[in-house]
Write a protein that binds this ligand. Sequence first.
Ligand code: APR
Ligand code: PHB
Length: 389
Amino acid sequence: MKTEVVIIGGGPSGLLLSQLLNRGGVDTVVLERTSRERVLARVRAGILEDGTVNLLRHAGVGARMDSEGLPHDGCFLTDNDVMVRVNFHELTGKRVMVYGQTEVTHDLYDAQDARGTPIIHNVDDVVINRAETNSPFVEYSRDGARHRVDGRYVVGCDGFHGVSRRTIPLEKRTEFERVYPFGWLGVLSATPPVSQELVYASSEHGFALASMRSENLCRYYVQVPLSDNVADWSDDRFWKQLKMRLPHSVAADLVTGPSLEKSIAPLRSFVSEPLRWGSLFLVGDAAHIVPPTGAKGLNLAVSDVYYLHDALISALKKRDRSGIDAYSSRALTRIWKAMRFSWQMTTMLHRFDDEDSFAAQMRRASLGHLSQSETARRDLAENYVGLPF
Ligand code: APR
Ligand code: PHB
């Protein structure tokens, strides 16, 4: 099989890149390790930055988002019973959209199906060959046979555990990492949201987040030790801890219900540089991971796609390689700013086991400064709604 761009990974970044390239006249093949059902069963992020919303509309997949998504003007950060509202719209003129990553992925699959783009699921043993040349090809196994796809370029959208980052020789890569000593236990429940806007809650019991997917589907999180596993957490224990960490006035309105999904995710900050090796490019979680505290994971994958789709179309259709030559440094500039914001939100809101009383005071002072300073709130708002592409 021959194509112009081979995309490894059928998650949001792979599908969005494929959709944008196809609309720019570039042929693609998407290779996905799991089934479509498994991809769509994942419960992931739910906040879309302003730039993400606009790019999804540009890609022709914004209709359901615009009709079913929830535009949010702001969010709350709390320290026990002290509540600070950050009004994104007042401070930046922008808002965010609450619309699940699962729904974004659904919409992208529908659009790609409508175009007839080859998305090959359940592939195994993917190997990227001759990535450093102008004639790379990808091999994979499926249905007991070995297959090959030749392309002018290969893009790794295969997430943190994928094959593409590891195809770049170790001596060519520089990796930066911070592993946090806690995780997030997330629960999905068919209940009305405790608050009309997200609540990022810091407390002496630990961090909690009250989020949502719709008016009757909620996503809640509590910080847990890395040693915990889901079996340690009954629904009752989860709801009790969530109530203890939210401000009393908020917790009083909490409607609990059975968990539809319950999982623990570790928190990590990670960047692998560069994002290119010859004809191979890295996008999204394949190249970087952020702790979910800043709601940047999906949105950073989208900004990588924004830069790369334009660059590949220029290279393939206009023989202008300036975009692909600049991709890595251009994407990394925005990646590091989001990395910083996500790290700052995580250290400001979470209780670290070994922390001393000074650290707790710093958390308190950070939230106190937010409540007193419009400049501090504007800085947080600008990062949260998304820095310009
Ligand atoms: N071959 C083919 N596909 C692979 C391989 C492989 N070797 N390894 C992983 N994949 C697939 C995974 O099954 C997954 O569907 O690549 C896809 C990667 O998707 P994501 O992990 O969702 O990464 P990305 O598309 O960059 O989106 C980033 O997803 O995980 C969240 O928090 C993350 O919100 C962020 C967003
Ligand atoms: C979510 O709704 O899953 C969510 C929202 C905001 C975050 C992280 C996760 O910062």
